[in-house]
Design a protein around this ligand. Structure first.
Ligand SMILES: [Zn+2]
Length: 254
């Protein structure tokens, strides 16, 4: 069985539920976190159609998750509405400060505009920063100067979660434990799990090896049932991983 297909994704969800975890949207987790819970945080970086397919897989198991959309890159009103209508949370995947080269005033104005655009389709209360590996500007810094609560927002996964308590795993780099290759969607806490595939992750759930609260950062665009696209991306990712390891080594030397 190939990894990172929607079929494998469904198997993962089934195991999470079989292991006695609840699955919560990020907004619900912020408001009233369950004790034994998995949060599915989806970053929509490209190809919103994949978000729709992933949400439909979740619908078959009555699972609710959170989809963060970029504006304008993955802003597709029809798809966003469809996903939202089946009970999933919609959030904003922002990158204003990096996009505007550290200009705070332009960035906050743009943030407001784009948030409004999304809000016209679905009520937005949580948001998460899109990581740009080649930018030196950190978009999270916008909140050192401004207060996001002013916009009706209640939570940002990089700012409002204690990763000493909540395990964070990301599919970045086509594996699950990729702190070596992950520049983009990293949290500040390292974990000791060695999980190299989704099958591995499923096994960890099955054996009860994981803590009670977990956030899975999943990029729907990385998941596919199409063999040709899958093969192409698999090899592209291998090349990218090597490049990222080198980039991380250079950065760590500084
Ligand atoms: Zn992103």
């Amino acid at each position: 069985m190939r990894d990172f297909t929607f079929k494998t994704y469904k198997k993962l969800l089934e195991q999470i539920l079989a292991s006695g975890y609840d699955i919560q949207r990020f907004d619900d987790f912020i408001l009233s976190p369950k004790d034994k819970v998995v949060i599915l945080r989806h970053d929509s970086d490209i190809w919103p159609n994949n978000d729709l397919i992933m949400s439909e897989v979740e619908n078959t198991l009555n699972v609710k998750s959170t989809y963060y959309f970029r504006v304008p890159e993955t802003f597709n009103a029809l798809i966003i509405k469809k996903i939202n209508n089946s009970g999933h949370e919609i959030g904003y995947h922002y990158e204003e400060l990096a996009r505007h080269n550290g200009d705070y005033e332009v960035a906050i104005k743009s943030f407001e505009e784009k948030l409004n655009q999304l809000n016209s389709i679905a009520k937005i209360t949580t948001f998460v920063r899109h990581g740009r590996p080649l930018s030196k500007v950190e978009s999270l810094d916008l909140w050192k100067k401004y207060d996001y609560k002013k916009y009706g927002l209640i939570g940002e996964p990089y700012l409002d979660v204690d990763y000493n308590k909540v395990l964070y795993l990301t599919d970045n780099g086509n594996k699950w434990n990729s702190n070596k290759t992950n520049i983009r969607d990293k949290v500040n806490v390292d974990n000791n799990f060695d999980i190299n595939s989704t099958f591995d992750l499923i096994q960890h759930f099955k054996n009860g090896l994981l803590p009670n609260q977990i956030i899975l950062n999943i990029h729907p665009a990385r998941w596919n049932n199409n063999y040709i696209i899958w093969t192409y991306r698999f090899f592209l990712q291998k090349t990218k991983n090597i490049a990222k390891i080198l980039l991380n080594m250079i950065r760590n030397k500084k």
